[in-house]
Design a protein around this ligand. Structure first.
Ligand SMILES: [Zn+2]
Length: 187
């Protein structure tokens, strides 16, 4: 607005907030009314839809044109910086969580493979022991008794997967907190 700062307001907020004040002759509103940025084009974000910013607007109006303008500029600039910061933070955390979830999935696949390998090794041993003892063995129907197969690697991989999922959940919580911070204090 008039090269001072980037204050963009959507059509609806303009009608609800600024236009009535222009008609009442409020200086600050009249000055903004002449600024091309007041009603933004495509890709802009409205800065007057939230309860907080409408309160800031009221404060600015009550301060008179010059001080009101300063107040509005400070608040809009601060809000924009926070918006960028929290958007970046949220995106980074979401990416981190997604990567942790993929790692957890990989560990789970590896755990299933490790279990197959262990069971097949155990059933081979049983078969060989049976043949060694002169028994007739049906290779397709070997029952591996529990404790006979070494599943320690499977367990370890599953534990790693569980830990990665917990970490992903914590990172997702942090991302939600950043969004919550935006809604509660800056929107
Ligand atoms: Zn709006």
């Amino acid at each position: 607005m008039q090269g001072l700062f980037d204050f963009t307001v959507c059509e609806q907020c303009y009608k609800e907030v600024i236009e009535p004040e222009v008609r009442q002759g409020v200086e600050l509103a009249r000055r903004l009314d002449q600024a091309p940025a007041v009603v933004g084009g495509p890709g802009f974000t409205c800065q007057l839809y939230s309860e907080r910013m409408r309160r800031v607007w009221k404060e600015a109006v009550s301060m008179g044109e010059q001080m009101g303008l300063e107040h509005l500029r400070a608040k809009v600039t601060e809000r924009k910086a926070k918006e960028r910061e929290l958007q970046m933070k949220t995106a980074q955390l979401q990416q981190q969580a997604a990567s942790l979830r993929i790692q957890a999935q990989t560990q789970e696949h590896l755990a299933i493979n490790a279990m197959r390998v262990s069971l097949s090794a155990a059933s081979n041993n049983i078969m060989l022991a049976g043949i060694g003892a002169g028994k007739r063995i049906d290779a397709n129907h070997i029952l591996v008794p529990s404790g006979q197969a070494d599943l320690s690697q499977t367990t370890q991989l599953n534990n790693q997967a569980a830990m990665l999922k917990v970490q992903a959940g914590q990172v997702e919580d942090q991302a939600r907190m950043a969004q919550e911070e935006w809604r509660r204090f800056w929107e």
